[in-house]
Design a binder for this molecule. Sequence first.
Ligand SMILES: C[S@@+](CC[C@H](N)C(=O)[O-])C[C@H]1O[C@@H](n2cnc3c(N)ncnc32)[C@H](O)[C@@H]1O
Length: 198
Amino acid sequence: MDNRKEYFESFADDWDKNFTAEDLEFLSFLIDTFNLKEGDRVVDLGCGTGVLFDIVRRRVGDSGMIVGVDFSSRMAHKALQNFPFRNCFAIDADVQQLPLQSDYFHLAVSFASFAHFAHPDRVISEVARVLKPGAPFHIIHLLGSRELARHHHHAGGPVAHDVLPSAEKMNEMFRSAGFNGIDIVDQHGLYHASGLKK
Ligand SMILES: C[S@@+](CC[C@H](N)C(=O)[O-])C[C@H]1O[C@@H](n2cnc3c(N)ncnc32)[C@H](O)[C@@H]1O
């Protein structure tokens, strides 16, 4: 049993307060660089209360969709409450075993969540399965890897030791799951790893 699940359940009601207007503007800017198109299907791993939903749904339109996955049912439920649109879905499930069809999504994103996944290699393999060939997976944190490790250490509890894999390990996980075009930016205020499914 992953005790992070209960930990995140306990934060669901107030989670939305974590984001400043500046964060949302930066996320919006970053997601613009993904070149989403009308009709695109996006999967959001560890979606929380759906902070990316509105940004993505406006870009993919009614013919596209965003599907958030989170193992905290309260987070997933809140995401649906926050964004009751017909192109927004939230599923209460573990990202290490996605209840989603293969070769279906045009883009996968994991925002502020990847460092919390107990088995990141399994997540990357599952993402490879559900993405269409040529589709990207973006892993984003609004802190560099060292800052993030310090942040989690201060938070304590079940996330105290949650860190991002080294660049070498991240490259290896992407490659062995069948991604190429791997790129890792790790700097003050931003961690962004991405790859394209072959
Ligand atoms: C720090 S929060 C970020 C949530 C959201 N992306 C945001 O930025 O507001 C991390 C999220 O990942 C979820 N999570 C952690 N491990 C998970 C797993 N194995 N499967 C599904 N969700 C997971 C937690 O429940 C939590 O909602």
